[in-house]
Write a protein that binds this ligand. Structure first.
Ligand SMILES: [Zn+2]
Length: 179
């Protein structure tokens, strides 16, 4: 698998540094050359002409796997089917963050969006990752989730969101669904 150094899109927006610890288990990820995922969630404030990070975190592959297991099988199957179906439609949306992986729409036209990378140490692994998910795709994915899965994601957000309270209200807990 090709690798590239982790670029600014997947770094801590305050410090510009790599996000070096797992949100859930706090394991060190960069020096230990671990495999992990980075998600950064943004909203666009068109009147101010700015893009604001709402939340950004890294999760080690073991915690990501544990989280998947906590979600209902029904939700996971539906998400997988949604992914496969939309990937085929927007095949050339692979591996970039300019267009939504699922809808193919420009991220510049998305009011809220997330960036996803699969990393190892200080490198990003190039596969279907890195990619972007628009709020439109997120709404479609939300409709596939069982009530049990939504409860689980709400609990996860309550436990691990560590940003300012005003952003807690904005952050959609569905964003934590493992994609
Ligand atoms: Zn972890």
């Amino acid at each position: 698998m090709n690798e590239l150094p982790i670029d600014a899109r997947f770094r801590d927006s305050d410090t510009g540094e790599l996000i070096a610890n797992c949100l859930v288990c706090n394991k060190e990820l960069v020096k230990s050359q671990s495999e992990y995922f980075v998600e950064r969630i943004f909203r666009r404030l068109p009147k101010l002409g700015i893009v604001e990070p709402i939340f950004e975190y890294a999760m080690c592959s073991s915690c990501a796997e544990t989280m998947r297991k906590q979600l209902s099988k029904d939700s996971l199957m539906k998400i997988e089917a949604y992914f496969m179906e939309n990937l085929q439609v927007h095949a050339n949306a692979h591996s970039n963050t300019e267009n939504c992986l699922m809808t193919g729409n420009s991220i510049e036209s998305s009011a809220e969006f997330s960036f996803h990378a699969h990393c190892k140490g200080d490198q990003m692994l190039q596969s279907i990752f890195p990619y972007a998910i628009s709020n439109q795709a997120m709404e479609e994915i939300s409709q596939l989730l069982s009530p049990e899965t939504i409860d689980e994601l709400d609990r996860f957000k309550g436990k691990y969101f560590n940003g300012p309270p005003e952003l807690a209200e904005i952050l959609n807990s569905r964003r934590f669904v493992p994609l």
